[in-house]
Every structure is written in structure tokens, then in C-alpha cells.
Design a protein around this ligand. Structure first.
Ligand SMILES: C[S@@+](CC[C@H](N)C(=O)[O-])C[C@H]1O[C@@H](n2cnc3c(N)ncnc32)[C@H](O)[C@@H]1O
Length: 182
């Protein structure tokens, strides 16, 4: 047994399988990506990684929470007001850039007050076995936003950035409303 920082450890042999479960919603608050980026060179060419990837989804919500928080047992309460965007599929077999920064156009489909973004992560245990969020595995993450009154068909321009492995302090989000042309 070795007790060490897996992102710095130098292994003496190559592996058939790497099992690395340092998962967190959108991989922000755990070191899955720094560790895998560093250990990939120790995986045999036909080796496999378990879990093998994740899929991320973003939705605009009206929420009772004022601070960044994970949803557990239905709290903080939140109502989805727009269409989900499945914005990234990351496969762990290749280097992943830890810094994420993207603009989204999100279509609103219900009247309300958008004051948050909900990130949901689906885990690919293997390429054919997908696991949705559970209380212990990647519960949805609610990120607060400035309040925006919205109605159906409004468009939100959202900018989201974070660092995978950089912790929740690395998350930045802002949104502005764009009325669709008549
Ligand atoms: C999400 S937990 C997974 C726990 C594991 N699946 C289990 O059932 O015990 C992530 C684990 O990775 C460890 N960890 C986080 N960063 C690490 C690093 N750089 N090197 C080695 N271990 C690390 C944490 O201490 C924690 O135990």
C-alpha cells in the first residue's frame, strides 16, 4: 500500500486498469482530472479506466439557495425554468484541460425568476453503464446567479467557468437575458 499524492506519484510499472473514483459534480471539487492527467502515462496501450468518463448538463433554476450548494434530499428546493443543455462529455482516456470556460444560450420554457444554474453529472462507469446522480455520487450542484425575471421563450446568455480540481471557489457564473426577436 502506498500513501501519496496520486497526481505526483511515480509508478514503477504500467497498469492494465486504473480505478480512480475522485468524482465530484462536474469534477470541480475533487482531483480526478489532475490525478488522471498525471497517471495516464502509466496505463498500458490497451488498458482501461474505471469509471471511464462523465457527461455534464446545465439548467437554469429558481432556487431557494443563496450560496453554492449541492442538492440533497430535494434541498435546496429548485425549479427548472429552461431547457437542459448537455454541454460536455469527458472521456478519461485522454488528457483533459482542467480549466473550463464556456458561453451558453439557454432557452427559457417557464415564467419565473432565474437565480441559479443547476449542474448535473452522469457518470460513465463503463462506456455502456451510466449512473445518474445519487446522494453519494455527484449530487446536482446549484450555483447562484443575480436574479432575472424570465418568461417563456426568453433566451439567457450564460457564462460559466471553473477549474476541475480547483474547488468550488473556482466557480464563476453570470447570465443576462436576451429577448428573442419578434
Ligand atoms: C470521492 S472520494 C472516493 C472514495 C472511494 N471511492 C472510497 O469508496 O473510499 C475521493 C478520495 O480520493 C482521495 N484523494 C483526493 N485527492 C487525492 C490525491 N491527489 N491523491 C490521492 N488520493 C486523493 C480522497 O482522500 C478521498 O478519499
Amino acid at each position: 500500500m502506498v500513501h501519496a499524492d496520486a497526481s505526483k506519484y511515480q509508478f514503477s510499472t504500467k497498469a492494465d486498469v486504473i480505478i480512480c473514483e475522485m468524482l465530484d459534480t462536474a469534477l470541480i471539487d475533487e482531483e480526478q482530472i489532475p490525478v488522471l492527467n498525471s497517471t495516464l502515462k502509466y496505463l498500458k496501450e490497451d488498458g482501461i479506466i474505471i469509471p471511464c468518463g462523465i457527461i455534464n448538463c446545465i439548467e437554469p433554476v429558481e432556487s431557494s439557495c443563496e450560496h453554492i450548494s449541492y442538492e440533497e434530499d430535494g434541498f435546496p428546493k429548485n425549479f427548472v425554468l429552461g431547457e437542459p443543455i448537455f454541454y460536455s462529455k469527458l472521456m478519461f482516456g485522454k488528457h483533459v484541460e482542467p480549466k473550463f470556460n464556456q458561453m451558453f444560450m439557454i432557452k427559457i420554457n417557464k415564467k419565473g425568476i432565474v437565480n441559479g444554474l443547476k449542474l448535473t453529472t452522469f457518470t460513465l462507469i463503463t462506456e455502456k453503464i451510466i449512473c445518474g446522480p445519487t446522494p453519494m455520487l455527484n449530487p446536482p450542484l446549484i450555483i447562484p446567479l443575480e436574479k432575472l425575471n424570465v418568461v417563456e421563450n426568453d433566451l439567457l446568455e450564460v457564462n460559466l467557468s471553473y477549474e476541475m480540481g480547483g474547488g468550488l471557489e473556482s466557480v464563476r457564473a453570470r447570465a443576462e437575458k436576451i429577448h428573442p426577436k419578434p
